[in-house]
Write a protein that binds this ligand. Structure first.
Ligand code: DON
Length: 572
């Protein structure tokens, strides 16, 4: 049985038309949210209805999945400022109609003036306020470089792809209740971390149906349209970023910006029972963690245990624990440190890793320091796109925390990331997601901070089958893991696979985070095995597209958007 959640947001705002008739079909002043969509020509699932609609329009106009992914990301930078961004970074994983796996790394980098102890006081105590908020928390943004790098696979001019975002910023769009809540909740931080008040601050409280106009952002996007990546990394925008840095004691320089480049890397690819799983390599831990977790359950016949049976969930918790312990010890930017990827993903290593697994009994983590998980600031965003040609694109992009550093570049209208907190500021000191790390993820100038983002594509018989990803900090790999296991092993529809309650273990702290609707009796069974629990608001906002083929033709794309937010699926 398929469930369709559909609710309408009726806004009282005057309906204006976009200047450019190309986008007239999208009404940013009145729109509805749909959690499922089916079609055979193209599909987009993202965190915001307007962004998904922009992506779909691009597909309808002859763009491919790369075009749509670029336009959707740019639209998200306007309509979903908490995570959509041009001042952050991200990762793209794709599988093309030519059967090529691609990964593009546009992760932020530590500025040249960074050093490993920059967030420690003179006694060596961590100063998390500095790594998490304000100017010094920002790495050199990678998003615009990433979009131009992915454009080599696209078909339409970049100017076409960015225009909807410019129009949305210039003319405004109406915000949802969730966006109003989130902007109101961040008001004091916006005031604290900005020398010039950004448009996100308004005297009275934001409410559903209010129009958000971002003129400065529109001007920045127009510079990028007219000058390409240089419109961001050089000239006026770069000058505004560096001036902002000077006002707030940040350390991103003109050279940092000019020297930034996105990197195309060989994607991680592994076989799971005949499915080819394609993921992001370092500096994201996502692809390798997926490989470790999937491979550790592969020989266990988890399907026979049953969905959310105590034995299946216990097995998954234990593989999550083991993979995350490796993350903390070994993973970081491979351009700077040697990550033993070959060993960590080898059959013999993973077999050995499971030797101390005892069914029915928790294996305690070697507790060093309990993590300080902050479930409030979960703002990254994922989009999944598929086109009629057989290209699929999976992108996860982020400012890190909600609204990143909370600092807006004055005059340029966009938020900067607080991605520096993803480094290990000191061995064993948990970051905002409770993740600990060591040398492999220590800060160094020009280094990329370790990520958990897990944009993923699953290929069956050399044809794209699933496009998956989610935000959620360290819960990202476990959410993607559970979504894949739910579909592949427990035969669930993408909608059920996404919406079913999630759980998460990350080695430290040694507890299982569960969503509010996680079954109490299952929790009791697991408690009896020795697990302790922490209730979480929500885990992930997963966007999935499943593609069914009939010979060489696409029969149906089933796009699903997570119930946990304003996420919206579009297809035709
Ligand atoms: O790259 C990472 O792993 C984190 N910066 C992602 C942050 C995130 O997912 C926050 N939100 N949900």
């Amino acid at each position: 049985m398929k469930r369709t959640i559909f609710f309408k947001l009726i806004f009282s705002a005057t309906i204006l038309q976009f200047s450019n008739s190309t986008w007239a079909q999208i009404n940013p002043y009145q729109y509805s949210i749909s959690k499922t969509a089916k079609g055979s020509n193209g599909a987009v699932s993202s965190a915001h209805p307007i962004a998904s609609m922009v992506g779909l329009e691009i597909l309808k106009k002859g763009g491919n999945a790369f075009d749509a992914a670029i336009a959707t990301q740019l639209a998200l930078a306007v309509v979903y400022p908490g995570a959509g961004n041009i001042g952050g970074g991200g990762f793209l994983v794709a599988y093309t109609e030519k059967k090529k796996s691609i990964s593009i790394d546009y992760r932020e980098k530590a500025p040249a003036a960074s050093d490993r102890n920059m967030y420690l006081d003179k006694n060596g105590n961590p100063l998390m306020e500095l790594s998490q908020n304000g100017h010094l928390a920002s790495g050199v943004p990678g998003t615009i470089a990433g979009l131009f790098s992915s454009h080599q696979y696209a078909k339409l001019p970049f100017t076409t792809l960015i225009q909807p975002a410019i129009d949305l910023a210039d003319k405004g769009f109406v915000i949802t209740a969730a966006e109003a809540r989130s902007l109101n909740g961040t008001k004091s931080a916006f005031i604290k971390y900005n020398s010039v008040l950004p448009v996100f601050v308004k005297e009275t409280a934001w409410k559903e149906g209010d129009t958000l106009v971002q003129k400065e952002l529109a001007a920045t996007l127009s510079r990028i349209r007219d000058q390409g990546a240089k419109g961001f990394y050089e000239g006026e925008t770069a000058r505004l970023i560096v001036e902002e840095m000077k006002r707030g004691k940040g350390n991103i320089s003109l050279d940092d910006l000019k020297n930034y480049s996105a990197v195309q890397r060989p994607a991680i690819s592994f076989d799971y029972k005949g499915y080819q799983v394609i993921g992001m390599p370092m500096p994201s831990s996502g692809g390798l963690l997926m490989q470790q977790m999937m491979k550790m359950i592969e020989d266990k016949n988890i399907a026979a245990m049953g969905f959310h049976s105590p034995s299946a969930v216990q097995l998954m918790i234990e593989v999550e624990r083991r993979a995350y312990a490796d993350r903390a010890e070994f993973m970081g930017d491979q351009d700077f440190v040697k990550v033993p990827v070959k060993t960590l993903s080898s059959k013999s290593y993973l077999k050995k890793r499971m030797e101390d697994f005892i069914p029915g009994k928790a294996t305690p983590s070697d507790i060093i320091k309990p993590g300080n998980v902050n479930p409030e600031s979960e703002e990254t965003t994922h989009l999944s796109v598929a086109d009629e040609f057989g290209n699929v694109v999976s992108v996860t992009t982020t400012l890190n925390g909600g609204y990143g550093s909370k600092t807006v570049v004055a005059g340029a209208g966009f938020l900067l990331n607080n991605e520096m907190d993803d480094f290990s500021v000191k061995p064993g000191v948990p970051n905002m997601f409770g993740a600990v790390g060591k040398e492999a993820n220590a800060i160094a100038p020009g280094k990329r901070m370790l990520s958990s983002m897990t944009p993923t594509v699953v290929v069956k018989n050399k044809k794209p089958y699933l496009v998956v990803g989610t935000p959620g900090g360290t819960t990202i790999p476990t959410s993607v893991f559970q979504t894949l296991v739910n579909i592949i092993e427990f035969n669930q529809s993408p909608l059920d696979a996404v919406n079913n309650p999630k759980f998460h273990h990350q080695w430290l702290p040694d507890q299982v985070a569960v969503e509010q609707d996680f079954s109490p009796s299952l929790q009791q069974s697991l408690s009896n095995m020795g697990y302790s629990f922490q209730k979480r608001g929500q885990i992930g906002r997963t966007e999935v597209i499943k593609i069914e083929w009939q010979g060489k033709k696409i029969k149906q794309m089933d796009a699903v958007a997570d119930k946990r937010g304003d996420d919206h699926a579009a297809a035709y």
